[in-house]
Design a binder for this molecule. Sequence first.
Ligand SMILES: [Zn+2]
Length: 62
Amino acid sequence: MQADELAFLEEMIESAELLDCTACGEDTLHVHEEVNSIAGGVTEVIMRCASCLSTRPHLLID
Ligand SMILES: [Zn+2]
């Protein structure tokens, strides 16, 4: 595995967090999928449930 790939994976793991998943009906580990939008200090990211693989938006506020 290349160093940049490893760094990317480490970043993904670091950004994983427990969020409410509507599909699972409980708090599950979600990993950062992509940045959806950035506006006025609010970043909307797409988080993917590690259990059922469904995605949901999540707001990060600075
Ligand atoms: Zn889920």
